[in-house]
Design a protein. Structure first.
Length: 153
C-alpha cells in the first residue's frame, strides 16, 4: 500500500467506481420517465473481505457496494431496482496470472467450498435472476457468486 502509485489509484477509482456512477446516472435518467428498470452493478467479493496487497482495489469495490445501496435508495421511488453481482475468484484474462500461480490457485480451491475457481458461465444464472421478474422485490442487495467463499473462515 505504501508504494501504490497515485496514478494507479486514480485509474482504479475511474474504472471501478466513477464509471458505474456515470453509466448508472445516464441509464436512470432514461428509466425514470418509464417508471421502471433494473440496474446491476458488477461488484466483487473484495467489497466484503480483503487479502494483503489489494487494499486500493477492495476500497473501490467497497465504494461500489455502497454506491449500489445509495442508488437503490435514490432510484427506488421512481421504480428502478439497483442490485450488485459480486463475483468471487473467477478465471478471466485479468486473473490469468493468479490462476497460473499454483500456490495461490490451491489457496482459492481450498478456501472455496465449491473447491474450484468460478467460470464466466457461473454468473449467468445470478445475473438472469437479478434482471428478471423473479427479483421484483429485491433491491439494494449484492448477490455474491463466490462458490461459498464468504460463508467460511
Amino acid at each position: 500500500m505504501t508504494e501504490f502509485p497515485d496514478a494507479d489509484w486514480d485509474r482504479l477509482l475511474a474504472t471501478n467506481l466513477t464509471s458505474a456512477f456515470l453509466v448508472g446516472r445516464e441509464v436512470a435518467r432514461r428509466m425514470t420517465p418509464r417508471g421502471r428498470g433494473k440496474i446491476v452493478n458488477v461488484c466483487s467479493l473484495q467489497s466484503e473481505v480483503v487479502r494483503p496487497g489489494i487494499a486500493p482495489y477492495a476500497a473501490t469495490t467497497g465504494g461500489l457496494k455502497m454506491l449500489t445501496k445509495g442508488m437503490c435508495a435514490d432510484l427506488g421511488p421512481p421504480g428502478i431496482q439497483v442490485n450488485g453481482l459480486g463475483p468471487g475468484y473467477f478465471r478471466t484474462e485479468l486473473t490469468a496470472a493468479l490462476a497460473a500461480d499454483e500456490e495461490f490457485s490451491a489457496w482459492v480451491r481450498k478456501r472455496t467450498p465449491a473447491g474450484r475457481w468460478g467460470e464466466a458461465s457461473d454468473l449467468v444464472g445470478p445475473l438472469l435472476f437479478l434482471c428478471s421478474p423473479a427479483s421484483e422485490f429485491v433491491s439494494g442487495q449484492i448477490l455474491y457468486a463466490d462458490g461459498g467463499m464468504l460463508s467460511v473462515l
